[in-house]
Design a protein around this ligand. Structure first.
Ligand code: FEO
Length: 175
């Protein structure tokens, strides 16, 4: 059993994760339009992951006898100024999600809700990983600079991340 306040806060988090999923889906579509297949695939995977994040909370709320609410999602941007701006926006959004998770952790301590605290541990680890991935991508983007083949090289870098992720997924499904 969770408090009504915790239920409302977790439902807000569902909304944030769902928006991330739609935002990243929109980014995948825009990347595809730019001819950046690696970026499109990368953003599509990120979008699916965010849906998973949303569903985990959804199931958790119902498991602890709360009511998970399917959120209304505002329209994400359809276009982005540049691939650099788009990736910066992903990083900024991830930082926002991390802050929101930390706020829920604070509430757990206030309410002595150690069940939700334990549930959130997975999100804390996940956010650390996601922020690290985005920082590493942005570092590469900076190294690539503004040369004529910039888009090609950024796309190649994102494709490398796709290959690593696919390898990890394959290893996990074999385990
Ligand atoms: Fe689920 Fe990447 O925040």
């Amino acid at each position: 059993m969770i408090s009504k306040k915790m239920e409302a806060t977790l439902n807000k988090q569902i909304e944030l994760e769902a928006y991330a999923s739609f935002l990243y889906l929109s980014m995948a579509s825009w990347s595809d339009q730019q001819g950046m297949d690696g970026a499109a695939k990368f953003m599509l995977r990120q979008s699916s992951e965010e849906r998973e994040h949303m569903l985990r909370i959804f199931h958790y709320i119902n498991e602890v006898d709360g009511h998970a609410i399917t959120p209304a999602i505002k329209q994400p941007p359809k276009t982005f100024k540049s691939i650099n701006a788009m990736l910066e926006e992903v990083y900024a959004h991830e930082q926002k999600v991390t802050k929101a998770i930390h706020k829920i952790v604070e509430l757990c301590y206030k309410e002595d809700d150690y069940t939700t605290l334990n549930f959130l541990q997975w999100y804390i680890d996940e956010q650390r990983e996601e922020e690290a991935t985005m920082r590493s991508i942005l570092d590469k983007v900076k190294l690539i600079g503004e040369g004529g083949q910039k888009l090609y090289y950024i796309d190649l870098e994102l494709e490398k991340f796709n290959t690593v992720e696919e390898g990890q997924e394959a290893a996990e499904s074999d385990a």
